[in-house]
Design a protein around this ligand. Structure first.
Ligand code: NAD
Length: 345
């Protein structure tokens, strides 16, 4: 019988790409989302890509404990991938209570409901933000976590700890929970079909939607924050990971859990390419691959931005059997195709 995976926050950017990959790998998927940061565009796209019109969709707010419990009662859920969270760093600084309430509350309810209904496998979407400004790059999973610089980052660290504690407390009991923490670096791009992608509400917080919106004329000018960093071209360096590659990492992790291959109760993996790319290099690559000229300017540094961070992904390469495969050029072409799709071009 097919295994069932609940994807919380599954109508969002990462969740929709993960849903596609899970279905294509032969899993049943239940998508649940409260629609606080999305509409049905991506879910409809997922149905088209997979040719599946019958994917269960539940409008569920995971901060509602009874609703979370009802979901686990309704479906035979073997594993849950938890994406349901707010993710804007700046907004979290302005609205900390809203962030702690949503990101912690939703995860606690998922864990409680999973435990109550015999779901033993929990995958949490964490972030490279837990490493803060690293002393040494690339970062490995053993690199120290630094004090969070925003409430958003704090919620990621706290949820990591909550999952670890839950794994420890339930080990060897009938309600045993196994956990995997995937620490994403910078997910970018869109599905090659251009039917799903990033759909920011209002002014984008992430670089690539800002680039594509500037290219299409929705924004006048892209600001590159800081060109005086101690990096080769003065702009920040990041590890940009293609969204489809990132999604495939989830399938590998879920399979490892379901197949009973985990060697620790709670495992952690960096999900990145291992290649640093500067903001300016990314902008230039976007222009080149899409044959466009982008209106951009250099602006002062932005508070909270780390100079350079990229992953050592060798653990995920070795243990999960996963490796980032798509080139930055292909990824940026896909992001541009998605923006044009949104504009009906
Ligand atoms: N995109 C990134 O750069 C990035 C990097 C690292 C980690 N993450 C994490 O990955 C996860 C998914 O990110 P994304 O980029 O797809 O964001 P997203 O906003 O597109 O997706 C999150 C989804 O969760 C839903 N949601 C939020 N709170 C909810 C709740 N209480 N109940 C039900 N649904 C709820 C939203 O409506 C949204 O559709 C988040 O936890 C985010 O923190 C994202």
């Amino acid at each position: 019988m097919k295994k069932t995976v609940l994807v919380s926050g599954g109508a969002g950017f990462i969740g929709s790409h993960v849903t596609v990959e899970l279905i294509q790998a032969g899993y049943e998927v239940v998508v649940a989302d409260n629609m606080s940061n999305c509409d049905l565009t991506c879910f409809e796209g997922v149905k088209k890509i997979t040719g599946r019109d019958d994917i269960p969709f539940e409008k569920t707010d995971f901060c509602d404990a009874a609703a979370a419990d009802a979901l686990f009662a309704k479906y035979p859920i073997d594993a849950v991938i938890h994406f349901a969270a707010f993710k804007a760093v700046g907004e979290s600084v302005a609205k900390p209570v809203m962030y702690y309430k949503n990101n912690l509350g939703s995860f606690l309810n998922v864990l409680e409901a999973a435990g109550a209904h015999g779901c033993h496998n929990v995958l949490f979407s964490s972030s490279a933000t837990v490493y803060g400004e690293p002393d040494v790059v690339p970062v490995t999973e053993r690199s120290p976590r630094k004090p969070a610089t925003s409430p958003y980052g704090a919620t990621k660290q706290m949820c990591e700890d909550i999952l670890r504690d839950t794994v420890r407390a339930t080990a060897g009991t009938p309600g045993e929970i196994k956990g995997i923490l995937l620490r994403y670096f910078n997910p970018i791009g869109a599905h090659p079909s251009a039917l799903i992608g990033e759909l920011p509400r209002g002014v984008p917080n992430n670089l690539v939607p800002f680039i594509t919106q500037t290219a299409i004329g929705k924004r006048e000018c892209l600001s590159i924050f800081g060109n005086d960093y101690p990096t080769p071209d003065g702009t920040c360096q990041r590890d940009y990971i293609d969204i489809v590659d990132l999604a495939k990492a989830h399938v590998c992790a879920v399979a490892r859990m379901m197949d009973g291959k985990m060697t620790e109760g709670c495992e952690v993996y960096n999900i990145g390419t291992g290649r640093p790319v500067s903001v300016l290099e990314l902008v230039n690559a976007f222009q080149k691959v899409n044959g466009l000229k982008l209106n951009y300017r250099f602006a002062p540094r932005r508070e909270g931005d780390v100079t350079a961070i990229w992953a050592d992904p060798s653990l995920a390469n070795k243990v999960l059997g996963w490796k980032a495969g798509r080139s930055v050029e292909d990824t940026l072409a896909a992001a541009w195709a998605w923006e044009k799709h949104l504009a009906g071009k």
